[in-house]
Design a protein around this ligand. Sequence first.
Ligand code: SAM
Length: 134
Amino acid sequence: MTQGDAHPHPLTQASSKPPAGWAPVDIDISTPSIARVYDAILGGKDNFPADRVVADQFMQFVPGGRDAARYNRALLNRGVRYLAEQGVRQFIDLGSGLPTVSNTHQAAQGVAPDARVVYVDNDPLVLAPHTSTQ
Ligand SMILES: C[S@@+](CC[C@H](N)C(=O)[O-])C[C@H]1O[C@@H](n2cnc3c(N)ncnc32)[C@H](O)[C@@H]1O
């Protein structure tokens, strides 16, 4: 992203704290989940202390790890937009992670409103009804 971009990457605006009253149901928050660790690395809000410990360790071992995660999201969005521009209308996002501020369906439907996305992830939190999409 360059200074003055008309469309700054929304992840740069993500909050680092969960909203008040956000409580998971039937989710083990004492064990780190890779989806939530990744959310913590991105600076998202759907993570817990056990996840943040792993995220912090990761960023100690991999300086620049947060930037790498954000670039990964930016690349995902760029690729999806390109495919939508080429006429692709159906997407499967395998290992989608938690909804964040710039999701596959938003990238695809930003180009083609009739595009459809199926999200797949093996972490139950990703599918939990309380998971928010900003
Ligand atoms: C690092 S996150 C990537 C999120 C997103 N795709 C991105 O690029 O920003 C990896 C996700 O893959 C999921 N995952 C890992 N193994 C999986 C599997 N065998 N089947 C489905 N999802 C899986 C994890 O739960 C996690 O949410």
